[in-house]
Design a protein around this ligand. Sequence first.
Ligand SMILES: CCCCCc1ccc(-c2ccc(S(=O)(=O)CCO)cc2)cc1/C=C\c1ccccn1
Length: 238
Amino acid sequence: APAHPLWPEIERVTLEQLQYARLGVEGGVWQLFAEDGEMKMYKREEEVDGLAVDPLKAVHTVKGVTGREMTHYFFSPDVRFEWETTLEQMKVLETIADDTLVILQIHKRVWPASQRDALFWSHVRRVPNDTDRDAQDIWIACNHSTEHHEAPSNEGKMVRVALTVCLVCQTSIEPPADGGPVTRDHLTCKITYCSVVNPGGWVPTSALRAVYKREYPKFLKRFTQYVKDRCDKQPILF
Ligand SMILES: CCCCCc1ccc(-c2ccc(S(=O)(=O)CCO)cc2)cc1/C=C\c1ccccn1
């Protein structure tokens, strides 16, 4: 594994997030708050120091794309402005590897809160499917807050959020009955998106919950549609 000081944390958090995502929404602790076709969005209402830090878990099924394609476009900074509507600025501060970056993002101010930025490492990896042999491998993209010497210290200007996010994708292929070639019509990608965002500074709980309720369904719907459109008529990346 590459000898970078962040590597042990990247390895640990990525695998922890994979297990967390695979728990699904069992246990009755998750509250369904948004539904749109195959997409179901759940949250837990939790406060840390009086701040709402509501863990979010979304499950979605997208036809016609693979988990590798879905996580690739989620990870790729080059296309982020195409689908991430709340983004104002983004800078890749460090390229640790071709699948591992440190990114600084400044998000548009969301009234009534002050403007926020997010500083995180971003990692994408294929996880061999050890349980079900004839299933496809799992792909995970993970973003987790970190420190970085090149990030501005933001004296009093911007509030820095703390976040841990993962996108876990499992592709399944229903081969054509006539033994013909596998096309995108035979692909189904099961997605679990998990996020915990600490807003980093005071936001009225009701306002924060209203932002999440509005923004998360829009975000996941827009992102998955973006990937479908990008992949349509392109060769399949397994
Ligand atoms: C009062 C509002 C404070 C929140 C501001 C904010 C902080 C962080 C983030 C955010 C959301 C998703 C990611 S990601 O999944 O890693 C993808 C890469 O961008 C990283 C950051 C957003 C937003 C602001 C709006 C908002 C909130 C949810 C959902 C969508 N937008």
